[in-house]
Design a protein around this ligand. Structure first.
Ligand SMILES: Nc1ncnc2c1ncn2[C@@H]1O[C@H](COP(=O)(O)OP(=O)(O)OP(=O)(O)O)[C@@H](O)[C@H]1O
Ligand SMILES: [Mg+2]
Length: 656
């Protein structure tokens, strides 16, 4: 997978979008969970408080129930009579039945001074005085029903019933976080008792009936409370609600269960609760770790008939459902946040791709432009700004393309022009060079020719005279003849040199070029050197007469024709053509031979003075011809290849 560059648009967009969603998600989660937590806790505490009220109600109802039963027994005439008659046997039998029927633990009848007449629960012990007992004392004094919670010592309970005493005794199970107690066994018993005064028919106070129930190990009240709190008993295997009655700090009646499922009797309340409820007499609400799990608990003090705090009434509701509610809402918040983040990442990924893909394309296009490729046709889809940018790129590429082709055009014309100019300059330069050379040579030749001409004339005259004087058979005659012949040749050379040197202004007159050529052909045709040469004429009769020096022009033609003949000494064909050029500015004269041609390396030199490949040549013929044609404002050109013959083309202007 390609690792994202941290500086790329893609990664930055994803980062910022993620931050933008994570922060509100965290804040919402925290605030939301806090609100839910507060509400859940509040709700749980409200529930537990209302449960505590119900519990108190149940507790009070139990006292009331005992009071009612005791009162109903106390008003029975049989009982009143039996008390007056001290009919203990009747009382014994009757109380025995009532105890069983009404589920009472104590039913004791006393006389008006507090002496025990009959103990229903233990008929063998009687006659003792219970005036020291607060409930009895109050009843005797006030002669009205006294009921409530009473804590009795083991001795008292034993008198009431040894079995009851057994039920009351509890071996304290040391509990963590509880107050430390010096004793290891709790012997007191907590009773709900009602003392009802008995009046005879003449409404005389004759005694007291004391009814009571021992709460130690009696689970009726706590189970009734529990039933009221939740219909359903357990949540994930745990007791949903619990109720407990404490004697001081000790669980004497509870439906809190131990791990083994037995009731957690004889365990202690935590020290915090003890200090608040027992010592300060205040309510305590909060999280409580009860035996093995957390409950939201409410505790309130239980006071005896004297107003003394003797125990605690507790109800607790399992914290687990609330914890689960909290956890589920937190998970929901986090889940929403997580989904949000994923959506944001996907959206920002797609968005950034939408932006960065065309940008990347533009980058490639820019590279192409940089490499000189302006011929670009591309489509760039993306946000409007990038599309505009792509449009600008396209325009720029088009403009660059136009400029490039303009430049290329310019470059090629420039090259052509430079080439033309260079050629021109070269030509002018060589013309200049030749002119200068000709000028200096002309001066030199004129001087030399002048000096040589007179002695040559002398030599020729004398040699001719000598020849005339010699006999035909004279052996010297041959030598003199050579002298005469060579001297004539020298004079010819001198003459040509003088011609060359003179470069006189042409004496122009209207001349028919065709006629000039015809004359020359007539003149040379019968000469020995033309015997093997076929001459072909192709003269345009329409060419106009032009202003030239006919002698000079004829000399040029003769030079060229003689050169051709010399080149074709073993025979060949010479064709001579005249014509008008297509614009009628020039008369063109073409001499074409079938000789050996001129090699490339010599072409440059043939117009140079004294350049010759012939043994007896002067090398002045073409040089002079070139000078004459130039003076007539015309051109003389060569078209020749080795072994393919030679063509000379002369152009003479019609109007000069
Ligand atoms: N038609 C031709 N075919 C082949 N070579 C030629 C032709 N015309 C001229 N040339 C060459 O050009 C050279 C120069 O010619 P040019 O007429 O100037 O001098 P030349 O003929 O050598 O001497 P001269 O004219 O004095 O007899 C010649 O020597 C020859 O090599
Ligand atoms: Mg020649």
């Amino acid at each position: 997978m390609k690792i994202l560059n941290v500086k790329s648009i893609q990664s930055q967009l994803i980062l910022y979008f993620t931050i933008a969603i994570i922060i509100p998600a965290i804040i919402t989660s925290i605030v939301g969970v806090k609100i839910i937590n507060d509400q859940v806790i509040q709700q749980a505490e409200n529930k537990v408080l209302s449960d505590l009220n119900s519990a108190r109600e149940v507790y009070q109802n139990s006292i009331q129930h005992i009071t009612n039963i005791t009162r109903m027994i106390a008003v029975r005439s049989l009982i009143i009579k039996a008390l007056e008659n001290r009919d203990i046997n009747f009382l014994k039998q009757d109380f025995n039945k009532i105890l069983k029927r009404e589920k009472l633990d104590i039913l004791t009848i006393l006389d008006e001074n507090g002496n025990v007449i009959c103990r229903g629960s233990n008929p063998n012990i009687f006659g003792d005085n219970l005036q020291s007992n607060l409930i009895i004392k109050n009843c005797i004094i006030k002669k009205q029903i006294i009921s409530g919670t009473v804590v009795s010592s083991i001795e008292e309970i034993r008198k009431d019933s040894p079995e009851l005493a057994e039920r009351a005794i509890m071996k304290i199970i040391p509990t963590p976080k509880a107050i430390s107690r010096t004793d290891t066994v709790e012997t007191s018993g907590m009773f709900l008792k009602a003392a009802v005064p008995i009046f005879n028919e003449s409404n005389k106070f004759i005694g007291i009936l004391l009814g009571g129930v021992l709460i130690n190990r009696n689970y009726e009240i706590v189970d009734k409370i529990k039933k009221l709190m939740y219909e359903q008993a357990t949540y994930k295997g745990k007791e949903l609600s619990t109720a407990t009655i404490f004697l001081k700090d000790l669980r004497i009646s509870t439906n809190v269960k131990n791990e083994d499922g037995s009731r957690a009797i004889a365990t202690q309340v935590s020290e915090d609760v003890y200090r608040t409820v027992i010592e300060k007499g205040e309510r305590w609400i909060g999280d409580a770790f009860v035996v093995n799990t957390w409950y939201i608990g409410a505790y309130e003090p239980i006071s005896d008939i004297n107003g003394q705090i003797v125990g605690i009434l507790y109800v607790g509701t399992l914290k687990l459902p609330f914890d689960h509610l909290l956890r589920n809402s937190l998970l929901t918040f986090l889940g929403i946040a997580f989904i949000g983040i994923i959506i944001v990442v996907i959206v920002s990924f797609r968005l950034s791709k939408k932006i960065s893909a065309p940008l990347k394309k533009l980058e490639i296009i820019a590279d192409e432009l940089a490499n000189g490729n302006y011929n670009l046709d591309f489509q760039c889809n993306g946000p409007i700004e990038i599309e505009h940018l792509a449009g600008s790129f396209k325009n720029m590429a088009m403009e660059l393309q136009k400029e490039k082709s303009k430049l290329e055009e310019w470059a090629s014309t420039l090259e052509k022009k430079v080439q033309e100019r260079t050629d021109e300059i070269k030509k002018i330069h060589s013309q200049l060079f030749r002119s200068e050379k000709l000028a200096s040579l002309g001066k030199l030749a004129a001087g030399v020719a002048h000096e040589i001409n007179n002695p040559l004339t002398g030599i020729l005259t004398n040699a001719s005279l000598m020849l005339e004087d010699l006999d035909q058979a004279d052996p010297k005659r041959e030598d003199v003849e050579i002298i005469v012949k060579e001297t004539i040749r020298c004079r010819e050379i001198v003459k040509r040199l003088l011609d060359f040197a003179k470069q006189t202004q042409p004496q122009k007159k209207l001349t028919n070029i065709n006629t000039s050529i015809e004359n020359i052909i007539l003149l040379i045709r019968n000469q020995a050197s033309f015997r093997n040469i076929q001459i072909e004429k192709n003269l345009d009769p329409n060419i106009p007469e032009i202003m030239v020096d006919p002698d000079q022009i004829q000399q040029v033609f003769i030079n060229i024709i003689i050169n051709a003949a010399e080149a074709m000494n073993k025979g060949g064909k010479l064709s001579i053509e005249t014509k008008l050029d297509k614009n009628s500015n020039y008369i063109t004269i073409i001499f074409k031979d079938t000789g050996p041609g001129i090699p490339d390396e010599l072409k440059e030199k043939i117009f140079d003075p004294f350049f010759t490949t012939k043994e007896s040549g002067t090398g002045l013929g073409l040089s002079i011809s070139h000078g004459i044609i130039e003076q007539h404002g015309g051109t003389i050109d060569l078209d020749s290849k080795a072994n393919e013959g030679t063509t000379f083309i002369i152009n003479l202007p019609i109007k000069h």
